[in-house]
Design a protein around this ligand. Structure first.
Ligand SMILES: NC(=O)c1ccc[n+]([C@@H]2O[C@H](COP(=O)([O-])OP(=O)(O)OC[C@H]3O[C@@H](n4cnc5c(N)ncnc54)[C@H](O)[C@@H]3O)[C@@H](O)[C@H]2O)c1
Ligand SMILES: [Zn+2]
Length: 359
C-alpha cells in the first residue's frame, strides 16, 4: 500500500492507494469519530461493494443512501435525499458520511457533508479511475445546475481517501479510458516526464496492467496533492487543473449531462486548448500532434460533437467559474508540461478554433 498526504495544516489527510484496502477494517475505522455513519453510494456500486464496506463497520449505526446512477442526477434534489436520511435518523454533528462510488457520488456526498449542520466529517472511497486519480482528492464538492456544470458547491476536505485498486476490475473500458483523460492532463499541465511515460506505456494501461495502474494513480495523486497544498481555494495555480474543462463542461452541459462522460468531454477540451495555444504561437505543431496522438491511442474522442453550433459553445463557455466579469478565461499550454494561468482569449480566436474543429 502506498500512502500519500495532502498537506493542508490542520486539514491534512492521507490518501491510501493499493490492493485489498476495503478488507482492511482498521484503515477505515480509525477515521470515524462517532457511532453514526451514512454511506452514500449508487445502484450500480452498491451491489458490488456495499457489503464489503458495511462488514468493516459492525459496531456502528450504519445507514445507506442509494442514489440513482448518472451525471444527470448530480443535482440539489438528490443531495436532498442525503439530508432526508440524515434528519430522519437524527444524525448529529459528529456523524461521518462515506462516499462509495465515482466522482458523482463523491462530489454529492462531500457537498452534503459540507452543508449538513454546517459541516460533518466525510471519507472518500473512490471506485472509478477518474475518482481515484482526481475527484476524490482536493475537496472540491458540488452539484450541477441545468445552466452550468458544478456551479453549486463548496470547498470541503475529506478525512481520508481510500483508493482500493481492486474495485477497478468491474469498471468497463469506456469508464477506464475516461479516467485516463485526467491522467494525461497532469502530464500536460506540469509533468512532462509523466506525459512521456504515458506515451510509452499507454497500451499497458489500457490492458489494466496492475503495476502501470498503480503507478498512474500514485503519480496523479502526487500531482494533485501538491497543487492543492499550494492553493486550496484556487486563487492561483490550482486553476491549471481545469485544462480542457471550460470547453469540456460546455459539451457536457450542451449535450445533456451523461451523454459524454466527463473524461471524454475533457479530452476534447484538451484538443481545443491545444489548438488555441498553437494559434497564439505558444504550443508547437509537433506538441499539438503528440497530444492528439496520445489521446487517440488512449481511445479518447478528440472531435467536438457537431450537434452544437459555435454560438452555443460560446454561450455555454460564458458560464464558468474561472470567468471574471462575464469574460471567458481559459487555461492554455505553453508547452507539454507547462500550463498558463487563466487568460482572457479574444472571442474571434475561440471562434476560429471552433470552426477549425467543426471542419
Ligand atoms: N471534485 C473534483 O475535483 C472533480 C474532479 C474531476 C471530476 N469531477 C466530477 O466527477 C464526475 C465524474 O466522475 P466519474 O467519471 O467517476 O463518473 P461516475 O461517478 O458517474 O462513475 C462512472 C460510472 O461507473 C460506475 N461505477 C463506479 N464505480 C464502479 C466500479 N468499481 N465498478 C463498476 N462500475 C462502477 C458508476 O456507477 C457510473 O455508472 C463528474 O461529475 C465530474 O464533474 C470532480
Ligand atoms: Zn475533471
Amino acid at each position: 500500500m502506498k500512502e500519500l498526504y495532502v498537506d493542508l495544516n490542520e486539514k491534512s489527510y492521507p490518501i491510501y492507494i493499493g490492493s485489498g484496502l476495503l478488507q482492511q477494517k482498521e484503515l477505515l475505522v480509525r477515521f470515524i469519530k462517532s457511532r453514526q455513519i451514512l454511506i452514500v453510494t449508487n445502484t450500480t456500486v452498491a451491489p458490488l461493494y456495499l457489503d464489503l464496506v458495511v462488514r468493516s463497520l459492525g459496531e456502528f449505526q450504519v445507514e445507506v443512501t442509494l442514489l440513482p446512477d448518472g451525471e444527470e442526477y448530480k443535482n440539489l434534489d438528490h443531495v436532498n435525499q442525503i439530508f432526508d436520511k440524515l434528519l430522519v435518523n437524527k444524525f448529529s454533528r459528529n456523524a461521518t458520511l462515506i462516499a462509495l462510488g465515482g466522482g458523482v457520488v463523491g462530489d454529492m456526498t462531500g457537498f452534503a457533508a459540507a452543508c449538513y449542520q454546517r459541516g460533518v466529517a466525510f471519507i472518500q472511497i473512490p471506485t472509478t479511475v477518474l475518482a481515484q486519480v482526481d475527484s476524490s482528492v482536493g475537496g472540491k464538492t458540488g452539484v450541477n445546475h441545468p445552466l452550468g456544470k458544478n456551479m453549486i458547491g463548496a470547498f470541503y476536505q475529506p478525512q481520508c481517501v481510500i483508493a482500493d485498486m481492486d474495485v477497478l476490475d468491474t469498471l468497463d473500458d469506456r469508464q477506464l479510458v475516461a479516467g485516463i483523460a485526467e491522467v494525461i492532463k497532469y502530464g500536460l499541465i506540469r509533468d512532462a516526464d509523466f506525459f512521456e511515460w504515458l506515451e510509452k506505456n499507454i497500451t499497458l494501461l489500457l490492458k489494466r496492467d496492475k503495476n502501470a495502474l498503480a503507478y498512474v494513480i500514485e503519480r496523479s495523486c502526487e500531482n494533485k496533492a501538491e497543487i492543492v497544498a499550494e492553493d486550496e481555494f484556487e486563487s492561483g495555480i490550482r486553476a491549471i487543473l481545469n485544462l480542457g474543462h471550460t470547453f469540456g463542461h460546455a459539451i457536457e452541459t450542451g449535450m445533456g449531462y451523461g451523454k459524454y462522460l466527463h473524461g471524454e468531454a475533457v479530452a476534447i477540451g484538451i484538443c481545443f486548448a491545444a489548438d488555441l495555444s498553437n494559434r497564439l504561437g505558444w504550443l508547437s505543431n509537433e506538441d499539438v500532434a503528440r497530444i492528439i496522438a496520445l489521446l487517440k491511442l488512449a481511445k479518447l474522442p478528440v472531435i467536438p460533437p457537431k450537434e452544437l453550433q459555435t454560438s452555443q459553445y460560446i454561450e455555454l463557455m460564458s458560464v464558468d467559474k474561472k470567468n471574471v466579469d462575464g469574460e471567458i478565461r481559459l487555461i492554455l499550454l505553453e508547452s507539454i508540461g507547462k500550463a498558463t494561468l487563466p487568460i482572457n482569449v479574444e472571442q474571434s480566436l475561440i471562434e476560429q478554433t471552433l470552426k477549425n474543429y467543426a471542419g
